[in-house]
Design a protein around this ligand. Sequence first.
Ligand code: RIB
Length: 315
Amino acid sequence: MSGSHHRVLVVGSVNVDQVIVVPRLPKPGETVGGGSYSIHPGGKGANQAVAAARLGVPTMLVAAVGRDDHARLAMQSLHDAGVDAAAVVHVDAPTGVAQILVDHGGENLIAIAPGANQLLYPPDVAIRVAARVGPGDVVVSNLEVSTEVVAAAFEAARRVGARTVLNPAPAVRLDAAILAACDVIVPNEHESALLASGGTAALLAEAGGAVVETLGPRGARMLRAGQPEVLQPAFPAHVVDTTGAGDAFVGGLAATLARGAGLVEAVRAAAAVGALAVEALGAQTSFPDAQEVRSRLDDGEDGTSGGAGVWGASR
Ligand code: RIB
């Protein structure tokens, strides 16, 4: 696809997702039988990179995996999606694993053993980011890697004029310096409440950049200092599995910004990517390509008349 002006670089986690689909999620201490098992490439960093790359935007990943079979599965998926994984290091720890339970309504429970993801070294991350991005590129991160890694990555990105997008998941309290280094923060409602005791408005006041809060089936809302709030309705979707939907949204947002869209258009495209991602099992395995996103945007089932914008066929 032509028309891409900038690149996306993701600094984040790589996991292998061991998924059991069960009739209903167990309570603590309870066993639920009758499940079916599958294994998929995952991890928020890898997912976000694959979501952007599948849309045809040049995408790089800075991450750490082990030297095991799980690493081979994860690297194959990155390769198949066209992610430049030259800055993924192999370290002496197991590749991250996520144990995921999904019920028949698409809800999930996730437990993570981060393994190699904990061995990213901030100074080394800064060097790899600085060597790969330039003005206008979009650097994305999340909190499945340490806050020191995020800080190093965003500082390096800002120094060369790249834009920064943080998905603060799973949420932890963040230093004011990290929030100030974010151009866009993309939490869900639960994460907003954890990040700032006054909720999203307080988060915006602390961060200064834009906050795009995802609201699940209610869509997403955009807050920017001094501007009215914008609500992006959700696109209708037939929910099979919500795992990775937030990552698809973040990858779609970054890719659309990299293609030259403004934030309002990027959030609408991200909502379309997120809706398409819940319609199949697994995270990366369910992410759409640009053609699918273009159709969903053209259909306008979110009730807006935005059209395909930067994802239009003529671009
Ligand atoms: O956001 C979904 C991801 O969270 C899964 O792929 C799993 O690996 C966990 O990191």
